[in-house]
Design a protein around this ligand. Sequence first.
Ligand SMILES: NC(=O)c1ccc[n+]([C@@H]2O[C@H](COP(=O)([O-])OP(=O)(O)OC[C@H]3O[C@@H](n4cnc5c(N)ncnc54)[C@H](OP(=O)(O)O)[C@@H]3O)[C@@H](O)[C@H]2O)c1
Length: 320
Amino acid sequence: MQKLFRTSILVGVFAASLGAVPATVSAQETESQKAVLVTGASSGIGLKITEVLASKGYFVYAGARKPEDLAALNEIENVESIRLDVTVQEDIDAAVARITEAGRGLHGVVNNAGVAVFSPMNETPEKDIDFVFDVNVYGPYRVNKAFAPLLVANKGRTTTIGSISGFVSGARGGTYSMSKFAVEAYTDALAAEMAESGVLVSVIEPGGFKSEIRRKVVLHAMGKDPEKPGQLTAEEQAQLDERLTRFADLKEPDAVAEATLHALFDEQPRLRYMVTPDQEEAEITIRTVLTRVAQLNADQPFSYSLEALQEMLAEAVAAQ
Ligand SMILES: NC(=O)c1ccc[n+]([C@@H]2O[C@H](COP(=O)([O-])OP(=O)(O)OC[C@H]3O[C@@H](n4cnc5c(N)ncnc54)[C@H](OP(=O)(O)O)[C@@H]3O)[C@@H](O)[C@H]2O)c1
């Protein structure tokens, strides 16, 4: 699992405009620019999605927490930053009010904000599990619930950045995988429930791509608060650098942004998009899921023959 989890910061200035309420837009703008909310847009995958959407002319409400990130996001054309901690209901309610007042409507939500901790299950304090679930699981639940009326009004889209860790788990990856497995269950339920209202739901499953998440995981493992690591000693900095070197060659998450675009704007979006940087991660994920099928099927009174399983697989593949 650690192998699977091989592991851009905004330089911005504090701007006084953060709390500014946007002016109501013209009807022409409303029609030509579909608006999308991206949570966790300060770095990594969320920043990449924000940049790609904005460069294609979509209007992005970019959620972030730190003043300098909000200010830097505001510098991107077609982007308006919005203070949004997905664990804080007041932030979410304020974002709904602000986006509603802006008058553009909302075509899509990208639930990207995410965190991770890696440690053996029996050594993981409950507060770490709460921390991860609060962001990765309750975050999309809270955000989708709050923005549902706007999405329904637009017959829009909502997608969550899950992970191949939503299918693969293993030593030390339990807490993160538990949260991402939950995202899979959540997505299936929400998709079934929202279909009638015309809102299409999906989940993107990235493999390992370049972002800030591994730096935060290592800081956490070093006993530092990733959000406020403070001044590291030279020894701690060297330890951090050393543990991050093996992730230096990870690819930029452009392919994840492309899949997100498809989920948001294609006429026939898929429910799931696996996006891995290489064949190896795709193979591990597919084999893990197939192994789980074999485990379920084994030694029980209603088992299927290999031939019947192959037929089922062929049907499932044909349905995609
Ligand atoms: N990179 C990968 O290899 C990979 C693979 C599979 C899945 N993913 C998933 O991709 C998503 C993005 O992660 P990333 O890899 O791009 O990591 P990242 O660079 O660390 O970005 C995580 C983002 O989430 C934000 N965030 C954290 N806690 C938040 C909260 N309580 N409320 C709102 N925003 C919060 C962070 O904001 P701050 O800057 O304010 O902390 C940051 O913008 C996550 O869901 C992650 O699980 C990543």
